[in-house]
Design a binder for this molecule. Structure first.
Ligand code: C2O
Ligand code: CU
Length: 473
C-alpha cells in the first residue's frame, strides 16, 4: 500500500518548526481554541505515533479536537489562536450561523495569520450533530487533523424517555494517509491525479482518533450514535451488523426513525443512529466500513458487558422536531441550475478560470480539474443572488464520472427529487451526495443574509475547482 517513494517524500519539514512560543491573551475574554502542532496515536499501540495539527482548549491538542457542547439557542464563544505555520480559519459546519462567523476564508473573513487570534461568537439555532474544521487550505489542514465535533443538544428532553436511548456516543470517523513510520504523507497536497479522480484516499481508518477502539454496551441497552465523517475525500458506507440500527437524524436534522442497513456518509455528512445491544454477543457486532471492491474494514468493536437493561423494547422515539427552519415555498422559487463537470475520464471542453476561458489541459496546468456552471474556482463573482426570504430551487446535475458531496453554507435544504423521481424521505441536509450522472433537486429558503459558499466537500475536488458562492441580501 505504501511505496518506497511516498515513504521517502514523507520527510519534509513540519514538526518542530511549528512550535511557536506560547502567546499571552490579548484583550479577549473568550475561552481559547488553539490550533497547534501535536502528536497522536492513530495507529494501534506499539506502532509509531503521528505528528498532526490539532485543536485544543486548555491542555494538549487532541485528535479529534475537543468536543464542543451547548444547548440549542446558546452561543459558542471561542478565541481561535493560530499556532500553526500557516494561516487558518474555523468553519462551523452545518450551523445556520451569522455570516461573519462562518470561517469561510477568504470570503467571510481574512485568514488568521500565524500567531494571530480571531474571536468566534455565534448562536447555534438548531439542535443536532455538527462539526468544526479548518476552512483555509482545508485539503491540507483537515488532512493533518484540524477537525472536531460540535454537539447542539435539544432543549426538549429526549434521552431517557420511553423509546429513546439512555445515553449517546459521538463517533468521529476519519481516514488518514500515513507512511510506514506513522507520519502523514506529505508533498502530495496538490496531487492533481488524485484530485481529478475520487480524491486523496487514506490507508488508516480511525474512530475518535483511535485505531479500532472498543465500546462497552450493556445487554439490551439502547444508545444514540452521533456519527460524523471528517475525512477529506473518502465516502464512508457504514453498517452496524447485529445492532438493529435505526436512523433518527441526518446532518443534525431529525428524520422519522427508519431502519437502515448501510448509511452512506459523504465527507462532512452526519447520521444519528439508534442501536439496540443484543442480549449476548454470540453474533459479530461492530462498526463496519465498506472500502469498495467488497472489502469491509471493522472500524470499531462493541462489547456486550455488565448487567442487562430491563426495558421493554419500544419503537424508537423520534427526536423533537426543529421549530426553527422555514419551509420552502416552491410556487415562487428562484430556479438555479448547478452543472458539475470535469475530472478524469470525462473532463470538460473548457471552463472559465479567473476570467479567462481555458481548455481542460490549460486548466489542469493551473491545478484546476472541476467546474460549476463552466467556472473553475468561482470565487471572483457570486453564482447568483437571492433576495432575503426567497426560496431557491437548485437542480444539481453531475455530468462527471465521480460522486460528489455538495455542501451549502449557512442553510439546510430539502431534497426534493433524484433523477426526476420524488424523494420519498424529503430529507433535510446541509450536504448531499450525488452519484455520477445523477440529477438532484434541492430547495431552501435563503433567509440568512451574507455570502455563502457552495462546494464539493471532497476537499481535493474543492481545491481543484469545485467551489463557488451565492449572495443573500
Ligand atoms: Cu465543512 Cu465549506 O465546509
Ligand atoms: Cu467532488
Amino acid at each position: 500500500m505504501i511505496s518506497r517513494r511516498s515513504f521517502m517524500s514523507g520527510f519534509s519539514a513540519v514538526g518542530a518548526s511549528c512550535l511557536l512560543a506560547p502567546h499571552s491573551r490579548a484583550n479577549s475574554q473568550l475561552p481559547f481554541l488553539r490550533a497547534t502542532a501535536s502528536t497522536a496515536q492513530l495507529t494501534p499501540e506499539g506502532y509509531p505515533s503521528t505528528s498532526v495539527w490539532a485543536f485544543s482548549s486548555d491542555g494538549a491538542a487532541t485528535i479529534p479536537g475537543p468536543e464542543i457542547r451547548i444547548k440549542a439557542g446558546e452561543r459558542v464563544q471561542r478565541t481561535l489562536m493560530n499556532e500553526l505555520p500557516q494561516s487558518t480559519a474555523v468553519h462551523w459546519h452545518g450551523i445556520r450561523i451569522d455570516n461573519a462567523m462562518d470561517g469561510a476564508a477568504p470570503l467571510t473573513q481574512a485568514p488568521v495569520e500565524t500567531g494571530a487570534t480571531f474571536d468566534y461568537d455565534f448562536v447555534c439555532p438548531d439542535p443536532g450533530t455538527y462539526w468544526y474544521h479548518s476552512h483555509n487550505r482545508s485539503r491540507e489542514q483537515v488532512a493533518r487533523g484540524l477537525a472536531g465535533s460540535l454537539i447542539v443538544e435539544d432543549v426538549e428532553p429526549w434521552l431517557g424517555l420511553p423509546g429513546a436511548a439512555t445515553r449517546e456516543i459521538t463517533l468521529v470517523l476519519d481516514d488518514w494517509l500515513l507512511n510506514e513510520d506513522g507520519s502523514i504523507v506529505e508533498g502530495r497536497w496538490d496531487d492533481l491525479h488524485a484530485a481529478a479522480h475520487a480524491g486523496r484516499m487514506g490507508n488508516t481508518a480511525t474512530v475518535n482518533g483511535q485505531s479500532f477502539p472498543h465500546f462497552g454496551l450493556r445487554p439490551r441497552e439502547r444508545v444514540r450514535l452521533r456519527t460524523i465523517n471528517v475525512a477529506t475525500d473518502r465516502i464512508m458506507p457504514i453498517s452496524l451488523p447485529g445492532l438493529s440500527p435505526r436512523l433518527i437524524a441526518l446532518d443534525g436534522h431529525p428524520v422519522t426513525p427508519r431502519d437502515v442497513e448501510i448509511v452512506e456518509l459523504a465527507p462532512a455528512q452526519r447520521a444519528d443512529i439508534v442501536i439496540d445491544a443484543p442480549v449476548s454477543a454470540s453474533t459479530q457486532i461492530g462498526l463496519m466500513l465498506d472500502t469498495g471492491r467488497s472489502n469491509q474494514v471493522e472500524m470499531a468493536a462493541f462489547q456486550i458487558e455488565g448487567e442487562p437493561v430491563e426495558v421493554a423494547q419500544e419503537p424508537v422515539r423520534p427526536l423533537p422536531s426543529w421549530k426553527t427552519l422555514a419551509a420552502p415555498d416552491l410556487s415562487s422559487a428562484k430556479m438555479e441550475p448547478l452543472r458539475i463537470e470535469g475530472g478524469a475520464m470525462r473532463g470538460m471542453d473548457e471552463a472559465m478560470y479567473h476570467g479567462k476561458t481555458m481548455g481542460f489541459r490549460e486548466l489542469t496546468s493551473h491545478g484546476m480539474a472541476w467546474a460549476f456552471n463552466g467556472v473553475a474556482h468561482g470565487m471572483d463573482d457570486p453564482m447568483f443572488e437571492a433576495s432575503l426570504g426567497r426560496t431557491v430551487l437548485m437542480e444539481l446535475s453531475n455530468r462527471s464520472a465521480f460522486p460528489h458531496g455538495i455542501h451549502v453554507h449557512g442553510h439546510h435544504f430539502t431534497i426534493l427529487t433524484r433523477n426526476g423521481l420524488s424523494d420519498p424521505n424529503k430529507d433535510v441536509r446541509d450536504t448531499v451526495l450525488i452519484g455520477a450522472d445523477e440529477v438532484v433537486e434541492i430547495a431552501f429558503v435563503a433567509d440568512n443574509p451574507g455570502k455563502w459558499m457552495i462546494h464539493c466537500h471532497m476537499l481535493s475536488h474543492q481545491a481543484s475547482g469545485m467551489m463557488g458562492w451565492f449572495k443573500v441580501a
